[in-house]
Design a protein around this ligand. Structure first.
Ligand code: C2O
Length: 614
């Protein structure tokens, strides 16, 4: 393991206090410190401008050499603040100092603590795995036959019989066996609900969601799950199915999971979402009365938005850095936010106290459908990667990502330590996905403004405003931090405008929303840019003005809890394509509207700004 430099509290204490302004809002200067730019588009209603941080040259990713390092300084600064230290002269503004090399390390299984469960949890069993006496370093080696993961809705009877047999065998293992279904489910609970601390940082939780660790962790998790199943039925080519929710044919709960006498069945699922109900990939807790076709099209737009438009850089797609010593993960990537989060919540049983099983992380993996859901998440990673200009290059060259490690139990009950850098090519892990069409590649949304003009009979503007979820804030007095209990509209200044094609190609303009949320609450809020409505309705999500949605799937933690159950994070969306489609390339700023769909009371917006990522 690379050296970890624990933060010295002495060091923090000796830094003389900077102004409280900097401490309370490190990234975003107070609006009062900023000059008011002229960034109104003439066709939009006039609102008072409260643009954020225009001068952030020291935060420009280009000042760093490695993909993932760009935000290192920001994270470090947050970490110092999160730990009660003060950010000051000791921090190197030039980038990531070598002494900070700090990949998240394998947890110490012997220090696993009972997870922090909701007070009304329906299952209070301990999530800790058996303590390993001997942990070996594990490097996957390519096998001669690839396991080919099939779409769950299209498997044949022979496959289904095998799969049922394997899951039944796993469920039949004694609960003390690390390969048993219950132990497998608990892996997720321990890694996601505060079972482990970070080695060297006993006061900090280890969390595998909300950062660049999300995709690699879950890839390994499924890898071992699949190998255990294969070994239980003596079939080394056995491959788990994926829930093909990105294709119209797969946009419902796969029926193999809904047969009540199958080992794939779980009774804690939403009764109103049984097949043939079409899934809503941006489900926010309420079922909208809309036609199946409209929902399918909306889903295809969501896919395009999250895998193409909001995924132009590795950090936007996979998530932000998270290193040893960081109090919180740096922020989810596009795929983790949506549709990963909404599919969890849509599947969970709304009649359980915490939307168990799928709707909350501590029980999610107790539903066999979890693994099919995550297989498709993992498949989307492969799809995204195959579309990169250099598909074999690692996503990040940052060693804090490449060397981050996890522990799992393999099919021989052996505890193994695996590293992120060894899971970047699924063929080397011995599996691939059956080829299926990607219809969403063609689902680039159009601008609402242009549709209103040309198709005014089909999309009447007033219809969208008919059921506003909340009243718009009076933007003339928007000051941050501000609770998102109603919509917030604010103008944000763009650091650069009228960029050349070449500039835009190499550099994504990114809207950054700094937030603090209650981590145990289901949150879904929409972000619109230059939408003409004061409070854009959910129908407006179909258009390019909707640049993304932030989602939190409830989970718990008990360490680094200085603010109770609060979690600071950042929501980022890529703007290049939206700004182009909105014809806003030459504008000084954009008008951003944040609309809470659920859980807005649990969200505090701390600031917004635009930065660049490449
Ligand atoms: Cu670890 Cu879908 O969550």
């Amino acid at each position: 393991m690379a050296s970890i430099t624990p933060l010295s509290t002495t060091n923090a204490a000796t830094i003389s206090a900077t102004s409280t302004t900097n401490i309370s809002n490190p990234l975003f200067p107070k609006t009062s410190q900023l000059s008011i730019p002229k960034c109104r588009k003439s066709h939009l209603p006039t609102r008072k401008i409260s643009c954020s941080a225009a001068k952030n040259d020291d935060q420009n990713p280009r000042s760093n050499t490695h993909d993932g390092n760009a935000n290192n300084k920001l994270d470090r600064r947050n970490m110092l603040i999160g730990l009660g230290g003060l950010y000051g002269a000791a921090t190197n503004l030039g980038g990531a100092p070598a002494s900070f090399a700090a990949p998240i390390a394998t947890p110490d299984l012997s220090k696993c603590e009972p997870a922090d469960l909701p007070s009304n949890a329906i299952d209070r069993s301990n999530c800790c795995p058996p303590v390993a006496t001997n942990i070996i370093d594990y490097t996957p080696s390519a096998s001669s036959t690839l396991r080919v993961r099939p779409p769950a809705h299209a498997v044949d009877a022979t496959y289904l019989a095998k799969f049922n047999k394997a899951i039944a065998a796993m469920k039949a293992l004694p609960s003390t066996d690390p390969r048993s279904f219950i132990q497998q489910a608990r892996v997720h609970c321990a890694y996601c609900d505060g079972g482990y601390n970070q080695v060297g940082f006993p006061n900090l939780d280890l969390q595998v969601h909300g950062s660049w660790l999300f995709l690699p962790f879950h890839r390994y998790y499924l890898y071992f799950f699949e190998r255990i199943l294969g070994s239980l039925i003596n079939d080394p080519t056995f491959a788990i199915p994926f829930w093909n929710w990105d294709h119209p044919d797969g946009m419902k709960m796969p029926s193999i999971y809904t047969n009540t006498s199958s080992p794939l069945y779980d009774r804690r699922r939403d009764a109103a979402h049984q097949p043939p109900t079409v899934i809503d990939l941006n489900y926010d807790g309420s079922d909208d009365s809309t036609s199946d076709n409209a929902l399918i099209n909306a889903n295809l737009t969501v896919m395009y938005q999250q895998i193409v438009r909001n995924a132009s850089t590795p950090r936007l797609f996979l998530g932000q850095p998270y290193r040893a010593g960081d109090a919180s993960p740096g922020g989810s990537g596009s795929l983790e936010n949506v549709p990963h989060g909404p599919v969890h919540v849509w599947t969970g049983d709304r009649n359980q106290p915490n939307n168990e099983d799928m709707g909350t992380f501590y029980t999610a993996a107790k539903d066999p459908i979890f693994y099919a859901h995550h297989a498709n998440v993992d498949r989307m990673w492969s799809v995204w990667k195959s579309r990169r200009s250099n598909p074999t290059a690692p996503e990040f060259t940052d060693t804090d990502w490449l060397n981050a490690s996890f522990i799992f139990y393999d099919e021989n009950k052996q505890a193994v330590r695996v590293r992120v850098k060894d899971c970047l090519d699924t063929k080397k892990l011995g599996y691939t996905y059956q080829n299926v069409d990607l219809p969403w590649l063609n689902s680039r949304p159009t601008s609402r403004a242009s549709r209103v003009t040309t198709l005014s009979s089909t999309i009447p503007k007033t219809a969208n405003a008919a059921k506003p979820p909340s009243k718009p804030s009076s933007s003339s007095n928007v000051t941050f931090p501000k609770r998102l209990d109603s919509a917030i509209t604010i103008d944000v200044k763009r650091p650069k405008k009228s960029r050349s094609k070449k500039e835009k190609k190499g550099e994504e303009e990114v809207l950054v929303v700094e937030i603090e949320i209650q981590r145990d609450v289901h949150v879904n809020f929409d972000v619109f840019v230059n939408d003409e409505d004061d409070v854009p309705s959910k129908k407006n999500r179909a258009f390019v003005e909707h640049v993304g949605s932030f989602v939190n799937v409830p989970h718990h933690q008990h360490r680094n809890n200085e603010h109770g159950k609060k979690m600071k994070t950042f929501f980022r969306v890529g703007l290049n394509e939206a700004i182009e489609d909105l014809g806003a390339d030459d504008d000084e700023g954009i008008t951003v509207t944040l609309v809470p769909r659920t859980g807005g009371d649990a969200v505090v917006i701390k600031g917004l700004k635009i930065e660049f990522d490449y």
